[in-house]
Design a protein around this ligand. Structure first.
Ligand code: C5P
Length: 215
């Protein structure tokens, strides 16, 4: 069987960056499962489908014409790498991700990422549902204040306007929504190791994951 490292955690925890670097270091494939939900939300918006219309959104999710080429993501041939990263699509993703039939429609597509020599899978239900027998599961987090600060710097770095108080409020609201939902709620699994990164930089977080992997 293909080895899988499953990494989950709240938004803006840095799990995506850490997961990608771990994959690079090990020569493993990388699954950004959040991107699939963001793509589904974007596809729905483009087709004028409401994010709460479960059967229509499910049809779109099952038929997603997506190509992952390194950092570039193509939806029906169009480069949407940037347009799926907006706060709006993050919100849309969390809406469509709450629909059970949509999650089912994306399940096999996610499992298909597990190819030799291994996979680092990033996202909510990687350890619970998609790859329950993953030998290493990690819950990567940081305090809301630290996560807000990281997102704030990221936005400034891109030359975008940013308001730290508003970002903190948004993060806390999204965490609350993700924790409270019936499907794939945000939580640390009993068999997941806790990686608290408030006082770690990216290199230190990556090093910890690699150390656990080698154990
Ligand atoms: O990780 P990212 O911010 O791209 O995820 C966007 C949203 O998609 C999350 O807030 C979550 O609600 C949802 N999601 C999910 N299951 C996953 C990945 C993302 O429910 N495996």
């Amino acid at each position: 069987t293909i080895p899988v490292i499953a990494i989950d955690g709240p938004s803006a925890s840095g799990k995506g960056t850490v997961a990608q670097r771990v994959a690079q270091q090990l020569g493993f494939h990388y699954l950004d499962s959040g991107a699939l939900y963001r793509l589904t939300a974007l596809a729905a918006q483009k087709q004028g489908v409401d994010w709460s219309d479960e059967s229509s959104v499910t049809r779109l999710a099952a038929a997603l014409d997506v190509v992952f080429e390194g950092e570039t993501i193509l939806l029906a041939g169009e480069d949407v790498s940037q347009s799926i990263r907006t706060e709006e699509m993050g919100y849309g993703a969390s809406k469509v991700a709450a629909l059970p039939a949509v999650r089912d429609a994306l399940l096999q597509r996610q499992r298909d990422f597990a190819r030799a020599p291994g996979l680092v899978a990033d996202g909510r239900d990687m350890g619970a549902v998609v790859f329950p027998s993953a030998p290493l599961k990690i819950f990567l987090t940081a305090t809301a204040a630290v996560r807000a600060e990281r997102r704030y710097k990221q936005l400034l770095g891109r030359g975008e306007a940013a308001d730290l108080a508003a970002i903190t409020a948004d993060l806390e609201a999204r965490d609350e929504r993700d924790r409270a939902r019936a499907v794939a709620p945000l939580m640390q699994l009993p068999d997941a190791l806790l990686l608290e990164t408030s006082n770690l930089n990216i290199e230190q977080a990556v090093a910890q994951v690699l150390a656990w992997w080698r154990e």
